[in-house]
Design a protein around this ligand. Structure first.
Ligand code: CMC
Length: 431
């Protein structure tokens, strides 16, 4: 932050208050209201944080009007095309692209932590077989704090580093085991000779009775899905992780809180909801009926995979995802997939409709991701756990940035109280 000399003037009942303005390296200026309550005795009101910067950060930048997403300055489409997930993890975590030696060292540190404590097997077994894999992930990740006592002290930078690596390394194992458990198959242990995406696919689809060959096309597509979901600045789950950790809670508990928040259909749960919606539509002739429902104020139905709080233009991740869906389905020989046809036609019709264009509602990352994941053989219930595996690096990077910031304070929003004022207790017989 810089340029503290510029100020905004706020007038309240004839009294003027000067508020510093900060200029970011990119994006809109920010008015600093931290001293407002102390000087003027008023709060600001912004439910949903539509105009509030909750922190300063150097990790990810989104220009919602242009449809631009940068990680440490690098555009997401370049990273999706030229880089790979673990390199993007390094970039997000440490701020720069790694040298070959740094990347090799990082990859070996991550692969050295892919196994879970064997006792955790019993923890998985405590769940009902029909538990949603996200429910298992919330529980198992939260329980990691009971298994890895040597990486829960957030004041120790070494422990923070170990916790970060553990989380990146173990999350695919946890998600794959949640899946295996739900279908009644034995857990597959990680294989450290495989790359991150191939190892995840193998842990999901391999069975002891048969060899499993990872298809390199699917592994590349999986890696790209991980990369596209890696971070997205102060979204709901990341803000949840930051708020949880502002109290000093251990990193595993904080990431479990992030997973819980991601689960909702307005956030990470949208990929499952979107594929289910496309399947419910079924054929292109039914699209107008669903578009009419999405526009109807009296119908709670929304087009899943459409709209975004920040993007008022195409989500740049959706563009890459759409291209990836075309490639994967063609390479798998299922290029006339009916769900993809419905998705493309729905996108076309919605973007030709003034309701969506005037409200700047465009396809988001979740619109096409489910189609790829389904083609790979994942059930819809695994879509959000895969989002959680990908977003873990974003949560961890933002958590690390926050913990190392000397300005860190416990997050404690205030409120616009609309309830009853002071009144005397009424005895039960008099009510
Ligand atoms: N279908 C129909 N109308 C919509 C949609 C939609 N998908 N999204 C927003 N609108 C309308 C909404 O009814 C409102 O209309 P009006 O101004 O007449 O009341 C207007 O657009 C603004 O909507 P909002 O709910 O105030 O916007 P928001 O910024 O609070 O919500 C959103 C953003 C992503 C929650 C919302 O667009 C939505 O529910 N989309 C569907 C769910 C979805 O795809 N979520 C994934 C987001 S990307 C991945 C992630 O972040 O996890």
């Amino acid at each position: 932050m810089s340029d503290e000399k510029r100020t905004a003037k706020l007038e309240i009942e004839g009294k003027t208050y000067e508020l510093p303005i900060f200029s970011p390296t990119a994006g809109p200026d920010v008015v600093d209201i931290r001293k407002l309550y102390g000087t003027a005795g008023v709060f600001t009101y912004d439910p949903g944080f539509t105009s509030t910067a909750s922190c300063d950060s150097t990790i990810t930048f989104i220009d919602g009007d242009k449809g631009e997403l940068l990680h440490r300055g690098y555009p997401i489409d370049q990273l999706a095309e030229k880089s790979h997930f673990l390199e993007v993890c390094y970039l997000l975590l440490y701020g720069e692209l790694p040298s070959p030696a740094e990347l090799e060292d990082f990859e070996s540190r991550v692969t050295g932590h892919t196994m879970l404590h064997e006792q955790m097997v019993y923890f998985f077994r405590g769940f009902r077989r029909d538990a949603h894999p996200m429910a298992i992930m919330v529980g198992v990740v939260g329980a990691m704090s009971a298994f890895y006592h040597d990486s829960t002290d957030i004041r120790d930078p070494w422990q923070r580093e170990v916790a970060s690596i553990r989380m990146i390394a173990k999350m695919p194992t946890i998600a794959a085991w949640a899946y295996k458990y739900s279908i009644g198959q034995p857990f597959e242990y990680p294989r450290n000779d495989l790359d991150y995406a191939s190892n995840f696919l193998r842990m999901c689809f391999s069975v002891p009775a048969e060899d499993y060959e990872v298809n390199p096309i699917l592994s590349r597509a999986m890696d790209r899905i991980f990369t596209l979901h890696a971070d997205h600045e102060q979204n709901a789950s990341t803000s949840t992780v930051r708020l949880a950790s502002s109290s000093g809670a251990n990193p595993f508990a904080c990431i479990a809180a992030g997973i819980a928040c991601l689960w909702g259909p307005a956030h990470g749960g949208a990929n499952q909801a979107c594929l289910e919606m496309l399947q419910e539509i079924g054929t292109p002739d039914r699209i107008p009926e669903f578009i009419a429902r999405a526009k109807d104020k009296d119908d709670p139905f929304r087009l899943m995979g459409f709209g975004h709080r920040v993007y008022k233009n195409f989500d740049p991740r959706a563009k890459v995802m759409k291209q990836s869906a075309d490639e994967v389905l063609e390479l798998l020989g299922i290029d006339n997939n009916p769900t993809l046809q419905v998705a493309k036609e729905l996108e076309k019709q919605a973007l030709a409709d003034p309701y969506f264009t005037e409200k700047k509602l465009f396809p988001n990352v979740d619109f096409y991701s489910g189609i790829i994941l389904e083609a790979m053989g994942f059930p819809t219930s695994m879509f959000t756990p895969i989002f959680a595996v990908s977003r873990t690096i974003g949560w961890i990077s933002q958590w690390k940035e926050m913990i190392s910031d000397p300005q860190m304070k416990i997050g404690r929003p205030r409120q616009l109280y609309q309830g009853a004022t002071l009144r005397d207790y009424v005895d039960i017989e008099k009510r």
